[in-house]
Design a protein around this ligand. Sequence first.
Ligand code: UD1
Ligand code: MG
Length: 448
Amino acid sequence: MSTAILLLAAGQGTRMNSDLPKVLHPLAGAPLIAHALRAGRSLEPAREIIVLGHGGERVAGVVADLAPEAVCVTQEEQLGTGHAVAQCGPALEGFAGDAVVLYADTPFIGGETLTAMKEARASGADIVVLGFEAEDPTGYGRLVTGADGLEAIVEHKDASVRERAITLCNSGVVMADAGTLLDLVSEIGNDNAKGEYYLTDIVAIARARGLKCTHVTCPEAETLGINSRPELARAEAIFQTRARAQALADGVTLTAPETVFFALDTVIGRDTTIAPYVTFGPDVTVESGVEIRSFCHLEGCHISEGAQVGPYARLRPGAEIGEDARIGNFVEIKAAEIGRGAKVNHLSYVGDADVGELANIGAGTITCNYDGVFKHRTEIGEGAFIGSNTALVAPVRIGAGAYVGSGGVISQDVPEGDMAIARARQVNKPGLGRKLRDRLLAKKKEQR
Ligand code: UD1
Ligand code: MG
């Protein structure tokens, strides 16, 4: 059966105290909404519908990147979760299958949990609600259950003293046939403590129609919603704890796991070693048997098998590190391919470049890739040797096997196998060193 996800993202997030919409705040290097989307995608949805609030253009812009196929729906006024779902009617036109309601500010709902809900649907429930045992249920909707399943959801503000004693709470995730859901939602009223159209009211309405409602539970940690920066920081800590455990389970060595930070999409191969204090930004893939030493910052890069990176290396988007290559301390690589076995060991900037296999880039080599307006490429051939403290003024090509003498400013191509020397010739003046010192010392004496 096909599935549609309805991602509610209309909330203001005022408690974030931010100009950035709440669901765009980054968690593990990805906007919050990306986490919820990823959870929903475990169901391989045929349709993705995102409900945005007033001024949701910025979120829509990010959604266009994350989910180009998604339909964004605007809920001009936030009249409640039921009202938000009702806005999805037109976007669900012609869709036959189940709809799953998810909150964009709730990043940790697990794929297995959604699968369990799907199974509950398959075994005959018309509506499946995801519940959890809350340590402190204050503020949550309570699941009222009876002999034949879920009877109603009562919001905290509307709950009686007896209902408030219930600790089984509503996560907000709901699964039902899309047509049925829209039909039920159209019957919701707003005669309640908040004057809102509560999505949760569909349970009682469905029961009155003789439909079967049930609940599935998940650990409370999965339902954590982000409303404030402390909650965001807590979620980051939870994410990192899990990601570290996952990396260890995947056969990655982390010498001090608590000092390594991953992004949502980090991929690391088996038998790779990561020393303390390494940060992964978005879009990093590391193959097997790589050694990443301390204090590296990596984003948008790919590191091939057997390579060694760091300590203190910065790999920026488009850094493609070849097999067995060496990237050493205080080296920055951007939009550059470093060939197999090539070495950039110390104090270098290599940007917009292609470095051939087994080339050796000496300490302090800089690609001067930017002329203030345009970026230009540097090409370094296989096995070339670039002497220390070389400035390579792009666009420039160093041929395979060529030598570049130390301290040069290279602005012309160097043919294959040639040597380029681009610095003033050294002159030695006999005895002048001693003479100069004597003169200076005499001057110092005079001044006393
Ligand atoms: C909701 C549930 C409650 C549950 C709790 C779990 C209802 C009525 N209540 O309460 O049972 O225990 O979540 O966290 O559903 N939203 C919109 N448009 C709106 C209103 C909300 O898109 O008009 C979105 C919000 O951005 C948010 C989500 O829906 O992502 C939940 O809304 P919120 O106001 O936080 O609901 P709660 O009162 O927390
Ligand atoms: Mg809430």
